[in-house]
Ligand binder design. Structure first.
Ligand SMILES: C[S@@+](CC[C@H](N)C(=O)[O-])C[C@H]1O[C@@H](n2cnc3c(N)ncnc32)[C@H](O)[C@@H]1O
Length: 121
């Protein structure tokens, strides 16, 4: 199944981040990378996006979608530990953080994940 998730409040999130082209931004719920891709479009190649997700399948889907960008750092982890995770990759401060809390459509729709309301495992 495709990781096909429509980013929520996309324009509002991007406006709210007030993205500086050379800034450092964290997407703590990377998912299918819909929000992240829009952040990356506004960053220069000096800017950095850090994408965190605790679901490895989501991270893999995001890596595929964002493969043309080389200013992304991917972290498999829990955003609750964001300070530790950023410290581990040498980042001391950031310009903005996005958290799109919850699960993605893919996680709900894919029956083998066990979250689907309409498909049986
Ligand atoms: C609503 S989706 C994000 C969708 C994403 N914004 C997009 O545009 O495709 C939420 C994502 O957050 C991840 N997630 C949930 N809790 C998390 C946590 N505590 N730490 C890291 N990722 C988490 C889920 O695995 C899921 O991929």
């Amino acid at each position: 199944m495709e990781f096909n998730h429509k980013p929520v409040l996309l324009n509002e999130c991007i406006e709210g981040l007030k993205i500086k082209p050379d800034g450092i931004y964290v997407d703590g719920t990377l998912g299918g990378a819909g929000h992240s891709e829009e952040i990356l479009k506004k960053l220069s190649n000096k800017g950095i996006l850090i994408g965190i997700d605790r679901d490895e399948e989501a991270l893999n889907a995001a890596k595929k979608r964002l493969s043309k960008y080389n200013n992304v750092k991917y972290i498999h982890g829990n955003h609750d530990e964001i300070d530790k995770l950023l410290f581990q990759i040498g980042i001391e401060k950031v310009d903005g953080i996005l958290l799109d809390l919850g699960v993605s459509s893919y996680q709900l729709d894919e029956k083998n994940r066990g979250f689907s309301y309409i498909r049986k495992c």
